[in-house]
Design a protein around this ligand. Sequence first.
Ligand code: PLP
Length: 501
Amino acid sequence: MNYISTRGGGQAVSAAGAIKAGIAPDGGLYVPDTTVNIEPAVVEAMKNENYCSRAAYILPYYLTGYSGGEIADCVRGAYSPQSFDHPEVAPLVRLAEGTYVLELWHGPTSAFKDMALQILPRLLPLAVEKTGEKAEIVILVATSGDTGKAALEGFKDVPGTKIMVFFPDQGVSEVQRLQMITQEGGNVAVSAVKGNFDDAQSGVKVIFTDELLNKRIKEKGFKFSSANSINWGRLAPQIIYYFSAYLDLQRQGWASGGEPVNFVVPTGNFGNILAGFYARQAGLPIKRLICASNQNNVLTDFVKTGVYDRNRRFYRTLSPSMDILISSNLERLLFELSDKNPALVRGWMGDLKEKGSYSVGSGLLEKIQSLFWSGCASDRETMDTIKKTFDQKGYLADTHTAVGINVYNKYREATGDGTPTVILSTASPYKFNGSVARALLGEEAVAGKSEFELLEILSRASGTQIPRNLKDLDKKPVLHGKVVEREAMADAVEEFLGMRD
Ligand SMILES: *Cc1c(COP(=O)(O)O)cnc(C)c1O
């Protein structure tokens, strides 16, 4: 299997080539050129296997050119007990009859990004080797908060790589900020950018496609790559947990073999939910993918109307990792559902760039609606959902997961669909402890408390444990204090690479 650009330019590349490059040279995203089909009997055979074995079964379908042994090594290293604090890696928890939560945050940074970013730094050096690349890989990341830390943890001190992370100076939680600016490692740099996530993301995209800069760093022996969710090396590992959750439903006797399942996905850049789409395409019996947004509900409207319109107010919400108006990975869905028509994709992406909006037409909208349902939750609804879910079900959800739970309740009400449903839980409640403690205990109980006092308060109130990686964050030295204008991001990169003297 090879990978081609959603915009039709350039040549097909191997899986290793796609992972090394991150983004296609024409600005498109790499997608598989053939459809994967995993037979039901093969899926069934994984039922009693652990997460690592399931991963080692599924990934080779997408990473042709990697040997079985290489993939097994990557998987074992990525999902080891040193990194994940739960033996099942991605455990499935019963919330109520027919409703389950898939916890994707047991990794080293307490958000679901670890599921992919613990393995990408193992796949990438192999990709460099396989493609005969001699340059040192420079990973550039724009983060809405969670990707940055997860990528830094994954890539720190990985030989042959450097990593630079940009986060919006106004857009991340205190815990997220501290996680990043205290990052250790000999090959890392972190900088705040003035603006929001879309500013940081488009700044990084500009750097990736700046031909002159790419040429200059090449002369110095460097090459850019991306650890953002546009990199296929992040998408592929996310397909695994859809299969894994489905198998765990059966193993627990919560669903029977072959029975369709819904997934609810708190969505920002559309990477997580797109992995669900690819799982379904590969044969997993998914009935509906339910796209849950916060007040930045550009995707909710898109799934309902077929019009993607980013010309709207940007809100900073209590679920900041979903504060996004340009969902990059949607481009891959458009490509797949338009019968792989790059001319159409180019047209829509051109409209998005020039007018800030595009419309896909009724035929494609029908296809989208046969697979997806969408809804959104306000901050108030998110807070109410955290409180209710804890009081009534004894389950402590973070703000992003609560958006998912809230939207699922709306889905049930609107459709009456009683299909077994898995809600993806994308962050530990401790990562957004301020909001979660406020939802649970009220404003007075948290007023004037530091984030770190709140960790303790939340732990006592809920009877749950603080993840080890968040505990002593306030005692670590700040190593990265830089703040740059969006226009100065390329300069910051050059400085990091020692090209300014
Ligand atoms: C990144 C993130 C999301 C959004 O995931 P996408 O793949 O960008 O849609 C949701 N919740 C949390 C906690 C995240 O870190």
